[in-house]
Design a protein around this ligand. Structure first.
Ligand code: NAG
Ligand code: NAG
Length: 200
């Protein structure tokens, strides 16, 4: 029976490797204590059409007079896809809210959870909290915490608007996340489903 163990280990390593083949994600072990995860995907804020995924739920009495819609709050459940085409592979959703918090220049404050449904990160999520000056071609938002394989995550995302029209804004996300530990499988009991890790 003892001899079986190395065989099982090899199988689990091979299984682990096959999960790394998703095109939108890459992992690099940086040192003995932390792992860097890189993700690249597209976010679609669908504001119009027959099935919007971002809806304004509240605003101030002056919002309609404001060039930046200052004081509006929008709830979103936006699709995240592998490529810039909204019909490309769905890999997760961005659920939360943003407020128009720039009075003179359009800027949003985001409180959004990015929840993944594809591959090894299925069931894991991370949170974006902070300012997003959307009129800048490239901007950065902070990642503060997460669940599953993104437990205790810290990091940032570089955002670039890919396309924008009155009904849909598509934004490219390049995400860099640091998590504790060098083997992600030990964080969720070896499952690839992002199930709740066992407490030791
Ligand atoms: C993601 O996990 C859910 C729940 O475990 C499962 O039903 C679904 O098939 C998984 N999706 C993929 C793409 O692996
Ligand atoms: C995201 O990463 C890709 C590939 O590394 C790069 O081509 C692209 O310019 C990056 N986008 C941003 C907004 O940094």
């Amino acid at each position: 029976m003892v001899k079986l163990c190395p065989v099982l280990l090899v199988i689990s390593l091979v299984t682990g490797l096959s999960h790394a083949e998703e095109t939108w994600t890459e992992r690099v072990v940086s040192d003995n204590k932390r792992t860097v995860i890189s993700l690249q995907f597209y976010f679609h804020d669908i504001l119009g059409g027959s099935s919007p995924t971002a809806v304004r739920v509240a605003q101030s009495p002056n919002t309609n007079n404001s060039p930046t819609s200052f004081g509006a709050i929008t709830i979103l459940d936006d699709p995240l896809t592998e490529g810039p085409d909204p019909n490309s592979k769905l890999i997760g959703r961005a659920q939360g809210l943003y407020g128009n918090t720039g009075k003179d220049r359009l800027s949003l404050t985001m409180a959004v959870s990015f929840v993944f449904t594809d591959g090894i990160y299925n069931g894991s999520s991370f949170n974006v909290l902070g300012r997003n000056p959307v009129t800048k071609a490239v901007r950065e938002v902070s990642i503060n915490g997460g669940t599953g394989l993104f437990r205790s995550a810290c990091g940032h995302a570089v955002l670039r608007t890919y396309s924008i029209n009155p009904t849909i804004a598509t934004v490219g996300y390049n995400v860099t996340i640091w998590v504790d530990g060098t083997t992600l499988s030990s964080r969720n009991g070896g499952e690839s489903t992002g199930s709740i890790p066992k407490r030791s």
